[in-house]
Design a protein around this ligand. Structure first.
Ligand code: ADP
Ligand SMILES: N[C@@H](CCOP(=O)(O)O)C(=O)O
Length: 320
């Protein structure tokens, strides 16, 4: 459920008059998504997405996220383009929330991606990394190790309720990450949340990337590791090597990974699994059942953490 704030027809009609989108024809709330309220808007010039930013997005980050989407769209990445209002601004106010209009992308997100889809995602991720290289704004990753530590401090006391032994397991992991997190690898703009719900396809062809609200500066190979976690595991938590081979080959057909990046993949994939386990665990323990925020199962990412801990060589992900 992702309509936390309701919008009435009159206020939306007035809001839209500030943008070059024509007259409001119809609109409806979009159930998918987690963080913000989203609406599909039909106006006389076409379809748009209206996003109202809710409290978990830091308003100070909006110029970075929206500037990045504009930059990537202009460089040929298929992602939403924020619409500029008649007065030259992009961010307006609607129903008391910061609000924007972005272009609508055609396509569907997939519940069961195939290896062919994984190859497309790998290519798109590498193209995004290259296209972001000359983006001028910077945003440190709020969910790097220090951010993980804050989430863990808030959740550790109840972690064993979710999985007995989890507190000790994650404590040991933190020691490892703090000593061995890779330094000196290529970095730049990363998406940081390129999960299947944020990628659209038309058949086997990738048609768009959305949801740049975790984008930041971090290691490119960390973004690759996040995609391995999000795209290449099956429902039974087994790693699908065919999908790993496809995703990594797709990525490397656009941006080859260095030897150091390849060697770091097991540590990065473990770290990324911990990062998503922690945000899920925090939500699981702090958000009341029946609330508006959709809670995701942290144990799916505990399984991935264990898988990566047992990896002996990056070739086990499908690197050749
Ligand atoms: N530019 C877009 N074009 C088409 N649909 C979109 C677009 N942006 C968002 N959506 C729809 O809105 C949903 C939620 O968007 P998302 O950015 O993932 O929200 P949240 O940040 O709240 O998770 C998506 O799953 C998709 O259905
Ligand atoms: N991809 C994250 C949750 C973030 O949700 P999104 O709707 O903003 O992509 C996870 O799976 O934990």
């Amino acid at each position: 459920m992702a309509v936390y704030t309701d919008v009435n027809e009159n206020e939306l009609g007035a809001f839209l008059r500030a943008y070059p989108v024509g007259e409001l024809l119809s609109y409806k709330g979009i159930a998918e998504g987690t963080e913000n309220s989203n609406f599909l808007v039909h106006a006389s010039t076409g379809s748009y997405i209206l996003t109202l930013y809710e409290k978990r997005v830091d308003k100070a980050d909006l110029p970075f996220f929206l500037g990045l989407m504009g930059h990537l769209a202009r460089k040929g990445i298929s992602c939403p383009l924020p619409v500029t209002a008649h007065d030259g601004t992009v961010i307006g106010t609607l129903a008391g929330r910061p609000a924007v209009i972005i272009t609508f992308l055609e396509g569907l997100s997939l519940r069961r991606p195939t290896a062919a889809h994984c190859a497309e995602v790998g290519k798109a991720l590498a193209s995004l990394h290259l296209a972001g290289q000359d983006f001028q704004m910077r945003r440190p990753n709020a969910l790097a190790i220090d951010g993980w530590r804050k989430l863990w401090d808030a959740s550790r006391g109840r972690a064993d309720e979710v999985e007995p032994g989890l507190a000790a397991e994650v404590d040991a992991d933190f020691g490892d990450f703090e000593r061995n997190w890779p330094a000196g690898l290529p970095k730049g703009i990363i998406h940081a949340d390129l999960f299947p719900d944020n990628v659209f396809f038309l058949g086997e062809k990738l048609s768009g990337l959305i949801d740049f609200y975790f984008a930041c500066d971090d290691l490119y190979a960390y973004d690759v590791a996040t995609c391995l976690n999000a795209w290449c595991f099956e429902k039974d938590f087994s790693f699908n090597l065919t999908k790993g081979v496809a995703l990594l080959a797709g990525y490397q057909s656009v941006r080859p990974l260095s030897g150091d990046e390849k060697a770091a993949l097991p540590m990065l994939a473990r770290g990324s699994a911990l990062r998503f386990m922690l945000t899920r665990l925090y939500d699981w323990l702090t958000i009341p059942d029946g609330g508006l925020v959709m809670k995701r199962d942290p144990t799916e990412y505990i399984r991935r953490m264990r898988f990566h801990r047992a990896i002996r060589s990056p070739s086990e992900y499908g690197l050749t």
